[in-house]
Ligand binder design. Structure first.
Ligand SMILES: O=P(O)(O)OC[C@@H](O)[C@@H](O)c1c[nH]c2ccccc12
Length: 248
């Protein structure tokens, strides 16, 4: 059983349980997101995971060709691409994941509300190199077992947390790459101060990702002071893809 959920989070998780199994056979290698982040850092560039997101329940919407977008992000030096596959609230699809993972040669992350092993089977078969696991919607046991299940495919999951309690859960479950979301999933409010506070509590052997609400180079430089190794950016790049050059 998942934790007690309310509002749209309850609906999005219910929907996740009934996602179909995708009949595809993976035909590409797995690229490590962690290795890619380390490499970009060594080159003294900012590791940016660019997100392909067409809509979100917070009101965002953008129409952009997935192939053009992914190619431009790769050409500009993005460390990876995150692709929304959630269909009901984010207008994502498994097709976008398949197209993008077969267009670029950088790691691709499946961004969804993962609660079942079948969703991880789909991620692997469609060509993803990592998946997101959101601590807020999982029990400790589910988190642990989904991490191990993803690893059985050599997909190292990005574990998303909100606060110190969730950080403890992520660390107990053995997460190697943790993302702190500045956006509260229920209220959509952005809080970068919370992100800074939580980031500095993450041990430095874990890869630390700052997620959401990032629009400027100054913000990135500030987040780096608190230990951020990488940055997950959606809305501002979907609106203006060329902006990635100044952020890197
Ligand atoms: O568009 P932004 O503010 O740059 O945020 C990107 C990403 O962090 C955000 O889409 C996100 C973070 N965690 C999520 C969980 C589910 C869906 C979406 C998300």
């Amino acid at each position: 059983m998942v934790r007690f959920l309310t509002g749209w989070l309850k609906d999005v998780v219910n929907n996740a349980y009934s996602r179909p199994y995708v009949h595809k056979i993976r035909d590409k290698p797995v690229f490590s997101l962690i290795d890619a982040i380390r490499k970009v850092k060594e080159e003294n560039k900012n590791p940016i995971i660019a997100e392909y997101k067409r809509a979100s329940p917070s009101g965002f919407s953008a129409d952009r060709d997935p192939i053009e977008y992914a190619k431009e992000m790769e050409r500009s030096g993005a460390v990876g691409i995150s692709v929304l596959t959630e269909d009901k609230f984010f207008s994502g699809s498994y097709d976008y994941l398949f197209i993008i993972s077969h267009t670029v040669k950088i790691p691709v992350l499946m961004k969804d509300f993962v609660v079942t092993e079948r969703q991880i089977d789909n991620a692997y078969n469609l060509g993803a190199d990592s998946i997101l696991l959101i601590v807020r919607i999982l029990t400790e046991r589910e988190l642990e077992s989904l991490i191990l299940y993803a690893r059985s495919y050599r997909l190292e999951p990005l574990v998303e947390i909100f606060d110190e309690n969730e950080l403890e859960m992520a660390l107990n479950a053995g997460a190697k790459i943790i993302g702190v979301n500045s956006r509260d999933l229920l209220t959509f409010a952005i809080d970068q101060e919370r992100v800074k506070r939580v980031l500095r509590k993450i041990p430095s052997n874990v890869i630390r990702v700052a997620e959401s609400g990032i629009t400027s180079k100054e913000q990135i430089e500030e987040l780096k002071k608190y230990g951020a190794d990488a940055f997950l950016i959606g809305s501002s790049l979907m609106k203006e893809p060329s902006k990635i050059k100044e952020l890197i």
